[in-house]
Ligand binder design. Structure first.
Ligand code: ADP
Ligand code: MG
Length: 257
């Protein structure tokens, strides 16, 4: 078995009175593609956000490459509140690329400028180096001929592929995808899933929240079903899709398959 790259234990998160994550345990191994499925509101996005310092967890632990990235902020007997220094947070975030439902590209920058931005600003690459790398990445996602276009001149699928290239430009050890095709017109979904499939085949470690069951079935090494803030079950796509153990999984699958 490959090394565990991301480990979560007992992760809890509440918003006000609502407990959104109720003790999540999760291991992501190097090179693995883990697809997370589950009904809307089950906590999938929140879970990903906890891996990237976009949310602070209330209890539990998250490690990336063996280093704590999230930990409980307070305990029953008033544990010391510890905050990561901004520098540590930046360093840890650099290891994780994230692609959202919405692309969040800078509208007044071309595709290649969007992809270059992080490596220049954060990694200190020269503009020449960064542009060369950005053009290669855009080529990989099938957009060599769109590199100098502005987001407004690109389709949703093309913009999402730019967003993927932009995340990859930081050379992350782990890529998180949060419903990357949900905002796309149906005819544009395939091109984005194709890029993600290629990325998976190249050995990238990926956690993908998706409603695309065909993709999960074909590309995932493991599928994890979440409901109401908990992991109900996880297993190979064959097992989870054809022989789910839990009634809740069966009920969910019957609505989406
Ligand atoms: P999913 O991605 O599975 O649809 P989310 O993680 O987005 O689920 O949301 C889980 C629950 O947490 C939902 O009930 C949602 O309304 C709530 N929630 C998410 N983010 C916030 C927030 N920032 N403040 C309050 N409630 C939130
Ligand atoms: Mg979500």
């Amino acid at each position: 078995m490959n090394d565990v790259i991301l480990r979560a234990r007992g992760v809890r998160k509440r918003f006000g009175a609502t407990e959104v994550l109720k003790g999540i345990d999760l291991d992501v191994r190097s090179g693995e593609v883990l697809c997370v499925i589950g009904p809307s509101g089950s906590g999938k996005s929140t879970l990903l956000r906890c891996f990237n310092h976009l949310e602070q967890i209330d209890a539990g632990r998250v490690w990336m490459d063996g280093e704590l990235i999230g930990y409980e902020q307070h305990g029953p007997s008033g544990h010391v509140l510890r905050e990561r220094r901004p520098r540590d947070i930046r360093r840890q975030r650099e290891r994780i690329g994230m692609v959202f439902q919405r692309f969040h590209l800078f509208p007044h920058r071309t595709a290649v400028q969007n992809v270059m931005e992080g490596p220049v600003a954060v990694k200190g690459l020269s503009r020449v180096q960064a542009e060369k790398q950005a053009r290669e990445l855009l080529d990989h996602v099938g957009l060599a001929d769109r590199a100098d276009h502005y987001p407004g001149q690109l389709s949703g699928g093309q913009q999402q592929r730019v967003a993927i290239a932009r995340a990859l430009a930081m050379e992350p050890a782990l890529m998180l995808f949060d419903e990357p095709t949900s905002a796309l017109d149906p005819e544009l979904v395939g091109e984005v899933l194709g890029v993600m499939r290629d990325l998976a085949r190249s050995g990238m470690t990926m956690v993908v929240v998706t409603h695309e069951m065909g993709f999960a079935r074909e590309v995932a090494d493991r599928v994890l079903f979440m409901d109401q803030g908990a992991v109900v079950e996880a297993g190979t796509p064959e097992l989870l899709f054809t022989d789910p153990r839990h009634e809740r999984t069966r009920a969910f699958l019957s609505t989406v398959l």
